[in-house]
Design a protein around this ligand. Sequence first.
Ligand code: LR7
Ligand code: MN
Length: 518
Amino acid sequence: FTSVTWTLLLFIYFNFSEESQGVRHVPVKGLEPYKPFPKKIYPRFSRESLMQVEGDRKIHAGDQKKNNFVETEQNNADLAPEMGMIFNEQDQEVRDIGYQKHAFNMLISNRLGYHRDIPDTRDPKCATKSYPADLPLASIVICFYNEAFSALLRTVHSVLDRTPANLLQEIILVDDHSELDDLKDLEDYMSENLPKKVKLVRNKYREGLIRGRMVGASHATGDVLVFLDSHCEVNEMWLQPLLAPIKENQKTVVCPVIDIISADTLIYSSSPVVRGGFNWGLHFKWDPVPLSELGGPEGFTAPFRSPTMAGGLFAMDREYFNTLGQYDSGMDIWGGENLEISFRIWMCGGSLLIVPCSRVGHIFRKRRPYGSPGGHDTMAHNSLRLAHVWMDEYKLINLQTNRCLVAQGHPSQKGGLVVANECDFNDSEQIWTYNEENELILSNLLCLDMSETRSSDPPRLMKCHGSGGSQQWVFGKNNRLYQVSVGQCMKLVDPLSHKGYVSMAICDGSASQQWHLS
Ligand code: LR7
Ligand code: MN
Protein backbone atom coordinates (compact mmCIF):
# COMPACT_ATOMS: atom_id res chain seq x y z
CA PHE A 1 0.00 0.00 0.00
CA THR A 2 1.94 2.98 -1.26
CA SER A 3 0.55 6.42 -0.73
CA VAL A 4 1.46 10.00 -1.40
CA THR A 5 0.56 12.82 0.93
CA TRP A 6 -0.96 15.86 -0.67
CA THR A 7 -2.75 18.96 0.43
CA LEU A 8 -5.77 19.87 -1.60
CA LEU A 9 -5.86 23.45 -2.73
CA LEU A 10 -8.50 25.23 -4.67
CA PHE A 11 -7.83 27.99 -7.13
CA ILE A 12 -10.48 29.84 -8.99
CA TYR A 13 -9.67 31.35 -12.33
CA PHE A 14 -11.13 34.60 -13.55
CA ASN A 15 -12.62 34.24 -17.01
CA PHE A 16 -12.68 37.18 -19.38
CA SER A 17 -15.62 37.10 -21.72
CA GLU A 18 -14.72 34.48 -24.26
CA GLU A 19 -17.94 34.69 -26.26
CA SER A 20 -15.97 36.42 -28.95
CA GLN A 21 -17.53 37.69 -32.11
CA GLY A 22 -14.13 37.33 -33.73
CA VAL A 23 -11.20 39.67 -34.12
CA ARG A 24 -11.63 43.11 -35.62
CA HIS A 25 -9.51 43.76 -38.65
CA VAL A 26 -7.67 46.81 -39.80
CA PRO A 27 -9.45 48.00 -42.94
CA VAL A 28 -7.38 47.85 -46.07
CA LYS A 29 -9.95 49.00 -48.61
CA GLY A 30 -9.26 52.22 -50.50
CA LEU A 31 -6.02 52.97 -48.73
CA GLU A 32 -2.72 54.01 -50.15
CA PRO A 33 -0.16 51.26 -50.33
CA TYR A 34 2.54 51.52 -47.74
CA LYS A 35 5.76 53.08 -49.00
CA PRO A 36 8.68 51.68 -47.09
CA PHE A 37 10.42 54.17 -44.89
CA PRO A 38 13.91 54.65 -46.38
CA LYS A 39 16.19 52.14 -44.74
CA LYS A 40 19.47 53.50 -43.54
CA ILE A 41 22.59 51.50 -42.97
CA TYR A 42 24.28 52.49 -39.80
CA PRO A 43 27.94 52.26 -38.90
CA ARG A 44 28.68 49.46 -36.54
CA PHE A 45 31.40 47.17 -35.34
CA SER A 46 32.74 44.46 -37.56
CA ARG A 47 34.71 41.59 -36.09
CA GLU A 48 37.92 43.05 -37.55
CA SER A 49 37.45 46.56 -36.28
CA LEU A 50 36.60 45.29 -32.85
CA MET A 51 39.79 43.27 -32.64
CA GLN A 52 41.82 46.39 -33.47
CA VAL A 53 40.33 48.68 -30.87
CA GLU A 54 42.90 50.75 -29.05
CA GLY A 55 43.58 50.13 -25.41
CA ASP A 56 42.04 53.07 -23.58
CA ARG A 57 39.07 53.71 -25.78
CA LYS A 58 36.05 54.82 -23.83
CA ILE A 59 32.83 54.65 -25.70
CA HIS A 60 30.36 57.21 -24.54
CA ALA A 61 27.80 59.73 -25.65
CA GLY A 62 28.82 61.22 -28.96
CA ASP A 63 32.03 59.18 -29.15
CA GLN A 64 30.74 56.94 -31.87
CA LYS A 65 32.27 58.79 -34.78
CA LYS A 66 35.73 58.46 -33.32
CA ASN A 67 35.54 54.70 -33.41
CA ASN A 68 36.43 52.49 -36.24
CA PHE A 69 32.99 51.63 -37.55
CA VAL A 70 32.41 49.73 -40.72
CA GLU A 71 29.25 49.86 -42.77
CA THR A 72 27.59 46.48 -42.88
CA GLU A 73 24.15 45.03 -43.05
CA GLN A 74 25.05 41.98 -41.04
CA ASN A 75 22.50 40.69 -38.60
CA ASN A 76 23.29 41.63 -35.01
CA ALA A 77 23.58 37.97 -34.11
CA ASP A 78 26.62 37.53 -36.36
CA LEU A 79 28.57 40.09 -34.43
CA ALA A 80 27.50 39.27 -30.96
CA PRO A 81 30.11 36.82 -29.64
CA GLU A 82 32.94 39.36 -29.82
CA MET A 83 30.88 42.32 -28.77
CA GLY A 84 31.42 41.68 -25.11
CA MET A 85 35.17 41.13 -25.33
CA ILE A 86 37.14 42.83 -22.60
CA PHE A 87 40.40 44.42 -23.74
CA ASN A 88 41.41 46.33 -20.66
CA GLU A 89 40.39 47.42 -17.20
CA GLN A 90 38.06 50.14 -18.43
CA ASP A 91 36.07 47.59 -20.40
CA GLN A 92 35.94 45.41 -17.33
CA GLU A 93 34.71 48.34 -15.28
CA VAL A 94 32.03 49.34 -17.76
CA ARG A 95 30.79 45.78 -17.87
CA ASP A 96 30.79 45.25 -14.12
CA ILE A 97 29.29 48.62 -13.20
CA GLY A 98 26.74 48.08 -15.92
CA TYR A 99 25.55 44.82 -14.44
CA GLN A 100 25.51 46.33 -10.98
CA LYS A 101 23.57 49.48 -11.89
CA HIS A 102 21.47 48.32 -14.81
CA ALA A 103 21.42 44.52 -14.70
CA PHE A 104 22.50 44.19 -18.30
CA ASN A 105 25.72 44.23 -20.30
CA MET A 106 26.40 47.95 -20.65
CA LEU A 107 29.74 47.32 -22.36
CA ILE A 108 27.93 45.80 -25.32
CA SER A 109 25.17 48.39 -25.13
CA ASN A 110 27.75 51.20 -25.34
CA ARG A 111 29.61 49.55 -28.19
CA LEU A 112 26.43 49.15 -30.22
CA GLY A 113 26.02 52.90 -30.15
CA TYR A 114 22.74 54.63 -30.71
CA HIS A 115 21.82 53.17 -34.07
CA ARG A 116 21.91 49.61 -35.20
CA ASP A 117 20.13 47.32 -37.58
CA ILE A 118 17.93 44.71 -36.01
CA PRO A 119 16.30 41.73 -37.65
CA ASP A 120 12.83 42.38 -39.05
CA THR A 121 10.90 39.88 -36.95
CA ARG A 122 7.48 40.45 -38.47
CA ASP A 123 5.53 37.85 -40.35
CA PRO A 124 6.44 38.47 -44.03
CA LYS A 125 2.76 39.13 -44.78
CA CYS A 126 2.95 42.26 -42.61
CA ALA A 127 5.11 44.00 -45.21
CA THR A 128 2.30 43.80 -47.75
CA LYS A 129 -0.27 45.51 -45.53
CA SER A 130 -1.31 49.08 -46.12
CA TYR A 131 -2.54 51.65 -43.67
CA PRO A 132 -4.51 54.88 -43.94
CA ALA A 133 -2.43 57.88 -45.00
CA ASP A 134 -4.05 60.17 -42.44
CA LEU A 135 -3.18 58.37 -39.25
CA PRO A 136 -3.34 60.20 -35.90
CA LEU A 137 -0.18 61.89 -34.64
CA ALA A 138 1.84 60.12 -31.97
CA SER A 139 3.43 61.49 -28.83
CA ILE A 140 5.99 59.01 -27.54
CA VAL A 141 6.40 59.08 -23.76
CA ILE A 142 9.55 57.49 -22.31
CA CYS A 143 10.07 57.61 -18.53
CA PHE A 144 13.44 56.69 -17.16
CA TYR A 145 15.11 56.34 -13.84
CA ASN A 146 18.90 55.82 -13.78
CA GLU A 147 18.82 54.32 -17.26
CA ALA A 148 22.09 53.46 -19.03
CA PHE A 149 22.77 56.42 -21.33
CA SER A 150 23.40 54.27 -24.39
CA ALA A 151 20.21 52.23 -23.89
CA LEU A 152 18.11 55.37 -23.47
CA LEU A 153 19.60 57.04 -26.54
CA ARG A 154 19.24 53.91 -28.63
CA THR A 155 15.57 53.89 -27.67
CA VAL A 156 15.16 57.49 -28.76
CA HIS A 157 17.14 57.13 -31.99
CA SER A 158 15.39 53.92 -32.96
CA VAL A 159 12.11 55.85 -32.77
CA LEU A 160 13.52 58.72 -34.83
CA ASP A 161 15.07 56.32 -37.35
CA ARG A 162 12.04 54.09 -37.84
CA THR A 163 9.08 56.44 -37.52
CA PRO A 164 7.81 58.52 -40.43
CA ALA A 165 8.39 62.14 -39.38
CA ASN A 166 4.86 63.12 -40.37
CA LEU A 167 3.39 60.76 -37.79
CA LEU A 168 5.67 61.81 -34.96
CA GLN A 169 4.37 64.75 -32.99
CA GLU A 170 7.06 64.55 -30.31
CA ILE A 171 9.11 62.37 -28.03
CA ILE A 172 8.76 63.27 -24.36
CA LEU A 173 11.50 62.02 -22.07
CA VAL A 174 10.59 62.06 -18.40
CA ASP A 175 13.59 61.85 -16.10
CA ASP A 176 12.23 60.43 -12.87
CA HIS A 177 14.82 62.18 -10.71
CA SER A 178 17.78 60.04 -11.82
CA GLU A 179 21.00 60.30 -9.85
CA LEU A 180 23.48 59.13 -12.51
CA ASP A 181 25.91 61.84 -13.63
CA ASP A 182 25.87 61.25 -17.36
CA LEU A 183 22.08 61.64 -17.45
CA LYS A 184 22.53 65.11 -16.00
CA ASP A 185 24.27 66.10 -19.25
CA LEU A 186 21.42 64.88 -21.41
CA GLU A 187 20.51 68.42 -22.54
CA ASP A 188 23.96 68.80 -24.11
CA TYR A 189 23.54 65.69 -26.18
CA MET A 190 20.00 66.68 -27.11
CA SER A 191 20.83 70.19 -28.27
CA GLU A 192 23.66 68.89 -30.45
CA ASN A 193 22.19 65.72 -31.83
CA LEU A 194 18.43 65.56 -31.53
CA PRO A 195 15.62 67.43 -33.24
CA LYS A 196 13.47 69.86 -31.24
CA LYS A 197 10.71 67.27 -31.28
CA VAL A 198 12.53 65.47 -28.49
CA LYS A 199 11.66 67.12 -25.19
CA LEU A 200 12.93 66.50 -21.69
CA VAL A 201 10.95 66.87 -18.49
CA ARG A 202 12.71 66.35 -15.17
CA ASN A 203 10.73 65.26 -12.13
CA LYS A 204 11.70 67.21 -9.04
CA TYR A 205 11.10 64.12 -6.93
CA ARG A 206 11.16 60.44 -7.70
CA GLU A 207 7.57 59.74 -8.71
CA GLY A 208 7.81 56.21 -10.03
CA LEU A 209 6.87 55.09 -13.48
CA ILE A 210 3.12 55.49 -13.02
CA ARG A 211 3.00 59.16 -12.07
CA GLY A 212 6.02 59.63 -14.34
CA ARG A 213 3.95 58.59 -17.34
CA MET A 214 1.13 60.89 -16.22
CA VAL A 215 3.60 63.76 -16.16
CA GLY A 216 4.73 62.83 -19.65
CA ALA A 217 1.15 62.57 -20.90
CA SER A 218 0.33 66.01 -19.49
CA HIS A 219 2.98 67.52 -21.76
CA ALA A 220 1.85 65.63 -24.84
CA THR A 221 0.10 67.39 -27.70
CA GLY A 222 -0.34 64.52 -30.19
CA ASP A 223 -3.53 62.53 -30.77
CA VAL A 224 -2.18 59.25 -29.48
CA LEU A 225 0.08 58.51 -26.53
CA VAL A 226 2.66 55.81 -27.10
CA PHE A 227 4.47 54.63 -23.98
CA LEU A 228 7.83 52.91 -24.16
CA ASP A 229 10.34 51.71 -21.56
CA SER A 230 13.72 53.42 -21.71
CA HIS A 231 15.57 50.32 -22.97
CA CYS A 232 13.67 49.48 -26.14
CA GLU A 233 14.34 49.40 -29.87
CA VAL A 234 11.43 49.81 -32.21
CA ASN A 235 11.42 47.67 -35.32
CA GLU A 236 10.56 48.25 -38.97
CA MET A 237 7.13 49.88 -39.54
CA TRP A 238 6.23 49.60 -35.88
CA LEU A 239 3.98 52.63 -35.49
CA GLN A 240 1.48 52.54 -38.35
CA PRO A 241 -0.07 49.18 -37.34
CA LEU A 242 -0.58 50.59 -33.83
CA LEU A 243 -2.18 53.83 -34.96
CA ALA A 244 -4.56 52.29 -37.51
CA PRO A 245 -6.85 50.43 -35.03
CA ILE A 246 -6.98 53.55 -32.82
CA LYS A 247 -7.99 55.69 -35.76
CA GLU A 248 -10.74 53.19 -36.44
CA ASN A 249 -11.95 53.15 -32.84
CA GLN A 250 -10.81 55.65 -30.25
CA LYS A 251 -11.43 53.17 -27.44
CA THR A 252 -9.06 50.58 -28.78
CA VAL A 253 -5.80 50.33 -26.89
CA VAL A 254 -2.98 48.47 -28.62
CA CYS A 255 0.29 46.77 -27.74
CA PRO A 256 3.07 45.69 -30.08
CA VAL A 257 4.59 42.24 -29.80
CA ILE A 258 7.46 42.68 -27.35
CA ASP A 259 10.61 41.17 -28.85
CA ILE A 260 13.48 40.11 -26.66
CA ILE A 261 16.77 41.96 -26.37
CA SER A 262 19.08 39.75 -24.35
CA ALA A 263 20.44 41.41 -21.21
CA ASP A 264 23.74 39.55 -21.65
CA THR A 265 24.41 39.78 -25.38
CA LEU A 266 21.99 42.52 -26.52
CA ILE A 267 20.99 40.18 -29.34
CA TYR A 268 17.56 41.07 -30.67
CA SER A 269 15.27 38.11 -31.19
CA SER A 270 11.69 37.46 -32.07
CA SER A 271 9.03 36.74 -29.46
CA PRO A 272 6.25 34.23 -29.87
CA VAL A 273 2.77 35.65 -30.33
CA VAL A 274 1.14 35.35 -26.91
CA ARG A 275 -1.35 37.39 -24.94
CA GLY A 276 -1.52 38.84 -21.44
CA GLY A 277 -3.15 37.18 -18.44
CA PHE A 278 -2.70 37.30 -14.69
CA ASN A 279 -2.80 35.08 -11.64
CA TRP A 280 -4.50 35.57 -8.28
CA GLY A 281 -1.36 37.09 -6.83
CA LEU A 282 -2.14 39.77 -9.45
CA HIS A 283 1.07 39.04 -11.28
CA PHE A 284 1.10 39.47 -15.01
CA LYS A 285 1.74 36.35 -17.08
CA TRP A 286 1.77 35.37 -20.73
CA ASP A 287 -0.83 32.93 -22.02
CA PRO A 288 -1.15 31.14 -25.35
CA VAL A 289 -3.61 32.69 -27.79
CA PRO A 290 -6.57 30.39 -28.57
CA LEU A 291 -6.75 29.65 -32.27
CA SER A 292 -10.32 30.96 -32.32
CA GLU A 293 -8.90 34.42 -31.60
CA LEU A 294 -6.38 34.28 -34.41
CA GLY A 295 -8.29 33.21 -37.52
CA GLY A 296 -9.72 35.41 -40.22
CA PRO A 297 -8.45 36.38 -43.66
CA GLU A 298 -5.41 38.13 -42.22
CA GLY A 299 -4.39 34.99 -40.33
CA PHE A 300 -1.67 35.46 -37.79
CA THR A 301 -1.08 39.07 -38.74
CA ALA A 302 -4.45 40.35 -37.50
CA PRO A 303 -4.69 42.17 -34.17
CA PHE A 304 -6.18 39.96 -31.44
CA ARG A 305 -7.74 40.67 -28.06
CA SER A 306 -5.72 40.42 -24.89
CA PRO A 307 -7.13 40.42 -21.33
CA THR A 308 -4.13 42.36 -20.01
CA MET A 309 -0.99 44.17 -21.12
CA ALA A 310 2.60 43.75 -19.93
CA GLY A 311 2.55 47.46 -19.16
CA GLY A 312 5.53 49.17 -20.71
CA LEU A 313 4.72 49.34 -24.39
CA PHE A 314 1.33 50.46 -25.62
CA ALA A 315 -0.53 53.11 -27.58
CA MET A 316 -3.75 54.77 -26.53
CA ASP A 317 -5.80 57.70 -27.74
CA ARG A 318 -4.82 60.67 -25.57
CA GLU A 319 -8.37 61.85 -25.07
CA TYR A 320 -9.48 58.34 -24.12
CA PHE A 321 -6.59 58.07 -21.67
CA ASN A 322 -7.90 61.22 -19.98
CA THR A 323 -11.54 60.11 -20.15
CA LEU A 324 -10.63 56.87 -18.39
CA GLY A 325 -8.93 58.86 -15.64
CA GLN A 326 -5.38 58.04 -16.77
CA TYR A 327 -3.66 55.89 -14.16
CA ASP A 328 -4.25 55.54 -10.42
CA SER A 329 -1.98 58.35 -9.23
CA GLY A 330 -1.76 56.73 -5.79
CA MET A 331 0.38 53.96 -7.20
CA ASP A 332 4.07 54.23 -6.46
CA ILE A 333 7.32 53.40 -8.29
CA TRP A 334 6.66 50.07 -10.04
CA GLY A 335 4.07 47.32 -10.46
CA GLY A 336 0.35 46.69 -10.74
CA GLU A 337 -0.48 49.60 -13.05
CA ASN A 338 -0.42 47.31 -16.08
CA LEU A 339 -3.26 45.14 -14.77
CA GLU A 340 -5.05 48.20 -13.39
CA ILE A 341 -5.17 49.95 -16.74
CA SER A 342 -6.13 46.69 -18.46
CA PHE A 343 -9.13 46.20 -16.13
CA ARG A 344 -9.97 49.88 -16.50
CA ILE A 345 -10.00 49.60 -20.29
CA TRP A 346 -12.14 46.45 -20.46
CA MET A 347 -14.57 47.62 -17.79
CA CYS A 348 -15.03 51.09 -19.25
CA GLY A 349 -16.07 50.20 -22.76
CA GLY A 350 -12.68 49.85 -24.37
CA SER A 351 -10.73 46.92 -25.69
CA LEU A 352 -7.12 45.87 -25.65
CA LEU A 353 -5.45 44.37 -28.70
CA ILE A 354 -2.03 42.98 -29.48
CA VAL A 355 -0.84 43.86 -32.96
CA PRO A 356 1.46 41.18 -34.38
CA CYS A 357 2.71 43.40 -37.22
CA SER A 358 4.15 45.91 -34.76
CA ARG A 359 7.35 44.76 -33.09
CA VAL A 360 9.35 46.50 -30.38
CA GLY A 361 12.36 45.00 -28.62
CA HIS A 362 12.84 45.37 -24.86
CA ILE A 363 15.88 44.51 -22.75
CA PHE A 364 14.68 41.80 -20.37
CA ARG A 365 16.76 41.98 -17.21
CA LYS A 366 17.03 39.22 -14.65
CA ARG A 367 16.40 41.59 -11.76
CA ARG A 368 15.13 45.11 -11.26
CA PRO A 369 18.24 47.19 -10.65
CA TYR A 370 16.58 49.76 -8.40
CA GLY A 371 14.46 49.81 -5.28
CA SER A 372 11.77 52.13 -4.02
CA PRO A 373 12.79 55.10 -1.86
CA GLY A 374 11.41 53.74 1.43
CA GLY A 375 12.21 50.15 0.53
CA HIS A 376 8.47 49.50 0.30
CA ASP A 377 6.93 46.67 -1.63
CA THR A 378 5.20 48.94 -4.14
CA MET A 379 3.92 46.00 -6.17
CA ALA A 380 1.86 44.83 -3.17
CA HIS A 381 0.69 48.37 -2.36
CA ASN A 382 -0.34 48.99 -5.96
CA SER A 383 -1.99 45.59 -6.40
CA LEU A 384 -4.12 46.11 -3.29
CA ARG A 385 -5.31 49.43 -4.67
CA LEU A 386 -6.18 47.71 -7.92
CA ALA A 387 -8.09 44.96 -6.09
CA HIS A 388 -10.07 47.44 -3.98
CA VAL A 389 -10.96 49.67 -6.91
CA TRP A 390 -11.80 47.21 -9.66
CA MET A 391 -12.43 43.74 -8.34
CA ASP A 392 -15.60 44.20 -6.27
CA GLU A 393 -16.41 40.96 -4.44
CA TYR A 394 -13.84 39.09 -6.53
CA LYS A 395 -11.19 40.65 -4.34
CA LEU A 396 -12.32 38.26 -1.61
CA ILE A 397 -11.11 35.37 -3.69
CA ASN A 398 -7.89 37.16 -4.26
CA LEU A 399 -7.26 38.47 -0.72
CA GLN A 400 -8.27 35.21 1.07
CA THR A 401 -5.76 33.47 -0.96
CA ASN A 402 -6.34 29.83 -1.79
CA ARG A 403 -8.76 27.54 -0.10
CA CYS A 404 -8.22 24.03 1.09
CA LEU A 405 -10.64 21.20 1.55
CA VAL A 406 -11.21 20.43 5.26
CA ALA A 407 -13.74 18.66 7.47
CA GLN A 408 -16.62 20.90 8.45
CA GLY A 409 -16.67 19.39 11.93
CA HIS A 410 -14.14 17.06 13.49
CA PRO A 411 -12.16 15.05 10.91
CA SER A 412 -12.88 11.77 12.73
CA GLN A 413 -16.64 12.33 12.74
CA LYS A 414 -18.22 9.73 10.45
CA GLY A 415 -20.74 11.19 8.01
CA GLY A 416 -19.29 14.69 8.41
CA LEU A 417 -19.25 17.09 5.49
CA VAL A 418 -16.24 18.78 3.91
CA VAL A 419 -15.87 22.48 3.11
CA ALA A 420 -13.25 24.70 1.46
CA ASN A 421 -11.63 26.95 4.06
CA GLU A 422 -8.57 29.13 4.19
CA CYS A 423 -5.46 26.98 3.80
CA ASP A 424 -3.24 26.41 6.79
CA PHE A 425 -0.29 24.28 5.87
CA ASN A 426 0.60 23.66 9.52
CA ASP A 427 -2.79 22.14 10.23
CA SER A 428 -2.51 18.34 10.06
CA GLU A 429 -6.28 18.16 9.79
CA GLN A 430 -6.00 19.64 6.32
CA ILE A 431 -3.64 16.97 5.03
CA TRP A 432 -5.11 14.49 2.59
CA THR A 433 -3.61 11.23 1.48
CA TYR A 434 -4.25 10.31 -2.14
CA ASN A 435 -3.38 6.70 -2.75
CA GLU A 436 -3.15 4.26 -5.65
CA GLU A 437 -6.76 3.19 -5.11
CA ASN A 438 -7.72 6.83 -5.82
CA GLU A 439 -9.02 7.27 -2.29
CA LEU A 440 -8.82 10.65 -0.62
CA ILE A 441 -8.17 10.10 3.08
CA LEU A 442 -8.29 12.99 5.53
CA SER A 443 -5.79 13.04 8.42
CA ASN A 444 -5.19 9.31 7.86
CA LEU A 445 -8.70 8.55 9.14
CA LEU A 446 -11.75 8.72 6.92
CA CYS A 447 -12.31 8.56 3.17
CA LEU A 448 -14.13 11.10 1.03
CA ASP A 449 -17.27 9.24 0.08
CA MET A 450 -20.36 9.46 -2.12
CA SER A 451 -22.19 6.18 -1.29
CA GLU A 452 -25.96 6.08 -1.00
CA THR A 453 -26.42 9.73 -1.76
CA ARG A 454 -28.15 11.61 -4.50
CA SER A 455 -25.65 12.55 -7.21
CA SER A 456 -25.75 16.25 -6.34
CA ASP A 457 -25.33 15.81 -2.57
CA PRO A 458 -22.13 17.00 -0.96
CA PRO A 459 -19.41 14.40 -0.32
CA ARG A 460 -19.05 13.01 3.22
CA LEU A 461 -16.29 11.51 5.33
CA MET A 462 -16.84 7.76 5.83
CA LYS A 463 -14.88 4.74 6.93
CA CYS A 464 -12.63 3.60 4.07
CA HIS A 465 -14.07 0.47 2.45
CA GLY A 466 -11.30 -0.16 -0.03
CA SER A 467 -13.58 -1.26 -2.90
CA GLY A 468 -13.34 1.83 -5.11
CA GLY A 469 -16.57 3.17 -6.60
CA SER A 470 -18.10 5.65 -4.19
CA GLN A 471 -14.69 6.42 -2.68
CA GLN A 472 -12.80 6.63 -5.96
CA TRP A 473 -11.74 10.14 -7.06
CA VAL A 474 -9.83 10.86 -10.24
CA PHE A 475 -7.98 14.06 -11.17
CA GLY A 476 -8.50 14.82 -14.84
CA LYS A 477 -8.71 17.42 -17.58
CA ASN A 478 -9.01 21.07 -16.45
CA ASN A 479 -7.88 20.04 -12.95
CA ARG A 480 -11.24 18.43 -12.36
CA LEU A 481 -11.87 16.04 -9.48
CA TYR A 482 -14.10 13.32 -10.89
CA GLN A 483 -16.16 10.94 -8.74
CA VAL A 484 -16.33 7.53 -10.37
CA SER A 485 -19.65 6.19 -9.06
CA VAL A 486 -21.53 9.48 -9.26
CA GLY A 487 -20.10 10.44 -12.65
CA GLN A 488 -19.78 14.08 -11.64
CA CYS A 489 -17.14 16.54 -10.49
CA MET A 490 -16.59 18.24 -7.16
CA LYS A 491 -17.43 21.92 -7.18
CA LEU A 492 -17.15 24.91 -4.86
CA VAL A 493 -20.78 26.02 -4.58
CA ASP A 494 -20.41 29.78 -4.24
CA PRO A 495 -16.85 30.98 -4.75
CA LEU A 496 -17.65 34.37 -3.27
CA SER A 497 -19.15 33.04 -0.07
CA HIS A 498 -17.09 32.50 3.05
CA LYS A 499 -18.96 29.30 3.78
CA GLY A 500 -16.98 27.26 1.27
CA TYR A 501 -19.71 24.67 0.61
CA VAL A 502 -18.83 21.97 -1.90
CA SER A 503 -21.12 19.70 -3.87
CA MET A 504 -21.11 17.45 -6.90
CA ALA A 505 -22.08 18.80 -10.32
CA ILE A 506 -21.87 17.93 -13.99
CA CYS A 507 -18.24 18.35 -15.03
CA ASP A 508 -17.96 21.59 -17.00
CA GLY A 509 -14.33 22.62 -16.62
CA SER A 510 -15.34 25.88 -14.97
CA ALA A 511 -13.19 27.74 -12.48
CA SER A 512 -15.14 26.50 -9.47
CA GLN A 513 -14.36 22.88 -10.42
CA GLN A 514 -10.58 23.21 -10.54
CA TRP A 515 -8.74 21.42 -7.75
CA HIS A 516 -5.02 21.17 -7.29
CA LEU A 517 -2.77 18.89 -5.29
CA SER A 518 0.24 20.65 -3.90
O1 LR7 B 1 10.81 54.76 -10.27
C1 LR7 B 1 10.88 54.48 -11.47
N1 LR7 B 1 10.76 55.47 -12.40
C2 LR7 B 1 10.83 55.23 -13.73
O2 LR7 B 1 10.73 56.16 -14.54
C3 LR7 B 1 11.03 53.17 -11.92
C4 LR7 B 1 11.10 52.90 -13.28
N2 LR7 B 1 11.03 53.93 -14.16
C5 LR7 B 1 11.12 53.67 -15.60
C6 LR7 B 1 12.26 52.75 -16.01
O3 LR7 B 1 13.46 53.46 -16.23
C7 LR7 B 1 11.70 52.11 -17.27
O4 LR7 B 1 11.93 52.89 -18.41
O5 LR7 B 1 9.94 52.98 -15.96
C8 LR7 B 1 10.21 52.07 -17.01
C9 LR7 B 1 9.72 50.68 -16.63
O6 LR7 B 1 10.49 50.15 -15.58
P1 LR7 B 1 11.25 48.75 -15.73
O7 LR7 B 1 11.91 48.65 -17.04
O8 LR7 B 1 12.11 48.57 -14.54
O9 LR7 B 1 10.03 47.77 -15.69
P2 LR7 B 1 9.99 46.24 -16.26
O10 LR7 B 1 10.31 46.22 -17.69
O11 LR7 B 1 10.78 45.41 -15.35
O12 LR7 B 1 8.45 45.90 -15.98
C10 LR7 B 1 7.20 45.86 -16.68
O13 LR7 B 1 6.20 46.05 -15.65
C11 LR7 B 1 6.20 47.34 -15.07
C12 LR7 B 1 5.15 47.30 -13.99
O14 LR7 B 1 5.09 48.47 -13.29
C13 LR7 B 1 5.96 48.42 -16.09
O15 LR7 B 1 4.67 48.34 -16.64
C14 LR7 B 1 7.01 48.27 -17.18
O16 LR7 B 1 6.79 49.24 -18.15
C15 LR7 B 1 6.90 46.88 -17.74
N3 LR7 B 1 7.76 46.62 -18.88
C16 LR7 B 1 7.24 46.02 -19.99
O17 LR7 B 1 6.05 45.82 -20.16
C17 LR7 B 1 8.21 45.56 -21.02
C18 LR7 B 1 8.01 44.11 -21.30
C19 LR7 B 1 8.19 43.30 -20.08
C20 LR7 B 1 7.37 42.13 -20.03
C21 LR7 B 1 6.71 41.12 -19.92
MN1 MN C 1 11.60 47.52 -18.81
